[in-house]
Design a protein around this ligand. Structure first.
Ligand SMILES: [Zn+2]
Length: 497
């Protein structure tokens, strides 16, 4: 590997790679063991595969015990025992030897575990005793896998990270997001006519990878993302990846959908460019937004979609929010309005990076990548450690600024000199689960989330949903009279969603 820094961590940019040593050793002192029950059903086996995929990217000594046949999955393996070899490229190099096992039983028939996961179509169960597992879909079980992976991180970093550990048992569901079992709905065959994925990064690719496991769901999809896969960093953050991916992220993820029977098209372009290429204004069907930049969120709001499912991630916290362009609740951009006007945002980024305001605007508005001179300037200004240069040339400005996306922050405030951030692929997997749960509900004609679910995966789910009103300052794009006229023309009579 050409760079000095372990790909599982991001550091405050002024730190040398060695600053992460204690955190990496803590991650690798724990050996998580995924132990699947004998004669596991396909949903249970898929949950074991998901759990293994989440753990092995973070904890180098993760192991898998047991075998079972898998249904369709994003890693392209037929049986569970094939998975470790398939994911070998995404396995980090151990920083220390293991000293403590954490055995996670998948299914009630797994013997001698420290923690068990179970559940059903929509319900997730995690506990210190065997948990029932059933159902015909693996969504609830996959959510249980997320909570178990979060427990492994809390256990290994308990000395370094503020967290709330699991008690004896956790029950939560993806149907109404309460801390109780969900009704069993079965898995009727359903078709989603046009899902547009704006973003196929860690969250978008997780949603697509999970959709590909749902044998009762097919449809038509467009995947819009200008980025290319970064084989040096993305495998440690993308649970659906094998590590062998190259080229456009949109091409990879659209391919996963096609392999699962979908009619899917990849667009390697910005959201705004895709919107401009459409025949008319507005986007029907469902838009899934997992873009991770402020300018991207503005482009999503400008798409004037009937229904947008927006997922946002900040550290180990994440949310999904349903938005409609014709109502009075928050739009995809509302919560970013108060952040700043574009110029003052550029001034903040200038101070953070040592680049000039003009150069910041050029990088954002011109969709340019960081040059060697940009990165050298950040080093010269004392904002970036010289050893960190290779990982940032030809990357986006956001990579320099937003290195703590979907990562647990360890050891301090958001000061570039003291923060270590650890990749947490389970946060992305949960984002994907929230998206798939809402898409399946929409295909079933069931009630969607009203309007927002927030989860903090360093803690435990609160079992509640909330609503955010529209931006009150009047500065958000959703207040534009031109836009409101279009929304009324496009969807005027349809307020039943
Ligand atoms: Zn708004």
């Amino acid at each position: 590997m050409s760079r000095g820094l372990d790909p599982r961590v991001a550091l405050g940019p002024a730190l040398a790679p060695g600053a992460a040593t204690a955190v990496l050793e803590a991650l690798d002192r724990l050996r998580p063991v995924v132990r699947v029950e004998p004669n596991a059903s396909e949903p249970v086996a898929l949950a074991a595969a998901g759990l293994y995929s989440l753990l092995m990217r973070v904890h180098a000594h993760t192991s898998l015990e047991g075998d079972a046949s898998l249904g369709p999955n994003p890693w392209g393996v037929a049986r569970l025992y094939e998975l470790p070899d398939r994911l070998a490229t995404s396995q980090p190099t151990a920083a220390s030897g293991p000293v403590q096992d954490l055995i996670i039983g998948v299914g009630p028939g797994a013997a001698g575990a420290d923690l068990w996961i179970g559940g059903a179509d929509w319900t997730a169960r995690v506990g210190r005793v065997p948990q029932p597992a059933g159902g015909s879909s693996s969504l609830g079980l996959q959510a249980a896998a997320v909570f178990a992976a979060a427990e492994a991180l809390k256990e290994s970093l308990k000395a370094q990270m503020i967290h709330v550990p699991l008690g004896d048992e956790l029950v939560w569901n993806l149907w109404d997001y309460r801390n109780q079992p969900a009704p069993e709905t079965g898995a009727a065959q359903c078709f989603l006519d046009h899902v547009v994925f704006f973003g196929s990064g860690s969250v978008g690719s997780s949603a697509i990878g999970l959709l590909a496991t749902q044998q009762n769901v097919t449809g038509r999809a467009s995947v819009v993302d200008p980025d290319t896969f970064d084989p040096e960093r993305n495998p440690y953050r993308y649970p659906a990846a094998t590590g062998a991916e190259t080229g456009a992220k949109a091409g990879w993820t659209a391919g996963l959908l096609r392999a699962a029977g979908w009619d899917a098209t990849a667009y390697r372009t910005e959201v705004a460019a895709w919107v401009r290429s459409q025949e008319g204004p507005g986007v029907g069907g469902a838009v899934v937004s997992s873009v991770d930049t402020v300018s991207g969120r503005l482009q999503v709001a400008d798409a004037l979609a009937t229904t947008t499912l927006s997922v946002g991630v900040s550290g180990m916290a994440l949310h999904i929010q349903r938005e409609h362009c014709f109502d009075d609740w928050a739009c995809p951009y509302c919560e970013f309005v108060s952040a700043a006007t574009p110029l003052s945002q550029a001034q903040v980024h200038s101070q953070m990076t040592g680049l000039t305001v003009e150069r910041i605007l050029q990088l954002y508005l011109g969709d340019e990548l960081l040059s060697a001179e940009d990165v050298a300037r950040a080093v010269g200004a004392g904002k970036l450690h010289p050893d960190r240069v290779p990982e940032l040339i030809d990357r986006r400005l956001d990579d320099l600024i937003q290195r703590i996306y979907a990562q647990a922050v360890v050891g301090g405030q958001a000061d570039p000199g003291v923060v270590t951030a650890v990749s947490t692929p389970f946060v992305s997997w949960m984002g994907g689960l929230l998206i798939v749960a809402e898409l399946v509900k929409s295909a079933m004609g069931a009630t969607l989330v009203d309007r927002r679910v927030d989860l903090e995966l360093s803690g435990l789910p609160l079992g509640a949903v909330s609503r955010r009103s529209r931006d009150q300052s009047g500065h958000c794009t959703c207040h534009s009279p031109h836009r409101q006229r279009w929304a009324t023309r496009l969807y005027g009579g349809d307020r039943t969603l």
